[in-house]
Ligand binder design. Structure first.
Ligand SMILES: [Zn+2]
Length: 480
């Protein structure tokens, strides 16, 4: 038995309750899967892991709210990929996602999918802390911990993995109250066995995590520092334990071990991604994920008042001002930032967005072009350019720009949506619906995506039968 320690047992019992709650979730993927794992006796193959990851992702897109903001997503991906580049794992590529959720959590799913909550980003005090959390998750993947854990249990591996996935989702959504068991027939022991990583897996992920961190040029102490913070939060009376702790058991020994490992490594003074950029991302996350834009505005305004030199806070304030309907203040703040730091692309892009929202398209184009000179090819800027051209009525130019963006960056839902608008303006409705379908699909809205494709199909029959077979093929791919 791995879980002799009472604190762990309590944590795992809590987790079993969470798992019981998962029955309330619609989990069609669960019913389909068992054939996947049943033909093999040993561990899952990489192909099976990839398939499970894709099913999990499809489910997660329905159940969770993702942050699609290009700047935030790009930062987390860059950070994660820098860390992942330190591994020699090549079974499948890593994918990083940001979930809009204020609670502290990060988790990895077989197939290389790593998720981090917006709340964890906001509460990381340095870029090495966030990189440390990602590095730990990367190590769970490279060591195939979840797959090995499940292989050690007696259940069909694939269905067990999906139970884990379901539990992760259920736990994140707080479905802890339902009484019936999702895992009919599974003993409490096997539930425990499946849900949380073992202590030895945690230790291994920490050790490799600090190694990846240092190798990538970050301060390896970021990981133990974050763990320590988690521990003090969880010890605060009356505070619900962060969801992170339910799958990543934390002990004093684990922190000490990670600290010891980190102290033997170079402290990464040449961090490839600086604290300035990270502070900016945190302020942006705060401004865009706040359920109350007004509250975010007040908080950031307070921060700027007490620290007028705090660039990141001024940046967050510009965004929060825009979101809370204070367009003039937003413009003033962003213009001042661009004047003080003309080299920072993020400020110019935000200013351009604000101009665009105000209908000042010429000013928006000027800012975007100035930023593109510094960062040619940047997808955010190219997408902003496309949208602004469309706002100026230059639909064909907009279409070309946005078509290139979706071709070069096919994972961006915003690119497809903008392209759909341009196509629609050009009276090309079949393509417009197809493009909108891709945007919906990438945002996890399968039903809406299929609806768009069926509209496209109906119109194609009337006016553009050349597209019919492609549309039908896409419908077959997306149908559950
Ligand atoms: Zn862990």
């Amino acid at each position: 038995m791995r879980y002799r320690d009472p604190a762990n047992r309590i944590r795992l019992q809590l987790l079993a309750l969470v798992l019981a709650g998962a029955v309330a979730l619609p989990l069609p993927a669960l019913a389909e899967l068992p054939s996947l794992g049943s033909q093999t006796g040993g561990e899952l193959t990489a192909t099976q892991e990839v398939e499970i990851g894709q099913r999990f992702l499809a489910q997660a897109r329905q159940e969770l709210t993702f942050v699609h903001d290009p700047e935030v997503v790009a930062f987390v991906r860059l950070l994660g990929n820098r860390v992942a580049a330190q591994t020699d794992f090549d079974a499948y590529p890593f994918q990083f996602y940001v979930v809009k959720d204020s609670r502290l959590n990060a988790f990895a799913v077989p197939g290389g999918h790593i998720f981090v909550h917006s709340g964890l980003i906001e509460r990381s005090d340095s870029v090495s802390e966030l990189a440390g959390v990602l590095a730990h998750e990367v190590a769970h993947i490279t060591q195939r911990h979840m797959a090995r854990q499940v292989a050690a249990s007696k259940r069909s591996q694939a269905s067990s993995l999906l139970l884990v996935a379901a539990a992760v989702l259920a736990g994140m959504q707080g479905h802890g109250e339902a009484a019936t068991g999702l895992v009919a027939g599974a003993s409490a022991y096997s539930q425990q066995e499946m849900l949380a990583y073992s202590r030895s897996h945690e230790r291994e992920a920490d050790r490799l995590g600090v190694k990846y961190l240092a190798g990538a040029g970050f301060n390896p102490d970021g990981l133990p520092r974050f763990l320590q913070k988690l521990q003090s939060w969880s010890q605060l009376q009356g505070r619900a334990p962060p969801p992170y702790l339910s799958t990543h058991p934390l002990t004093g020994e684990r922190i000490a071990d990670a600290k010891g490992r980190a102290s033997q490594l170079d402290n990464g003074s040449n961090a490839p991604l600086g604290e300035t950029a990270f502070a900016r991302i945190k302020a942006r996350v705060q401004a865009i994920t706040a359920d109350s834009p007004e509250k975010a505005f007040q908080e950031l305004q307070e921060r700027v008042r007490s620290h007028p030199e705090d660039q990141a806070a001024r940046y967050g304030l510009a965004i929060a001002a825009g979101r809370s309907g204070r367009s003039q203040q937003a413009l003033d703040q962003a213009r001042a930032l661009v004047a003080d730091h003309p080299e920072t692309v993020a400020y110019r892009r935000t200013l351009a967005e604000l101009y665009l929202a105000e209908g000042q398209t010429d000013a928006a184009i000027d800012e975007i072009k100035a930023a593109l000179e510094r960062r040619p090819g940047n997808p955010d800027l190219r997408e902003a350019l496309g949208k602004t051209l469309l706002a100026q009525g230059k639909a064909e130019q907009a279409r070309q720009t946005l078509r290139e963006v979706t071709r070069d960056f096919p994972e961006r839902p915003s690119g497809y949506s903008a392209l759909a608008n341009a196509l629609s303006r050009l009276d090309r409705p079949v393509e417009a619906h197809r493009s909108e379908a891709e945007a919906r699909w990438l945002q996890g809205q399968r039903t809406e995506a299929l609806e768009q494709l069926r509209l496209a199909k109906r119109l194609a029959r009337e006016r553009d039968s050349a597209q019919l077979s492609q549309i039908e093929a896409r419908i077959r791919e997306l149908e559950p």
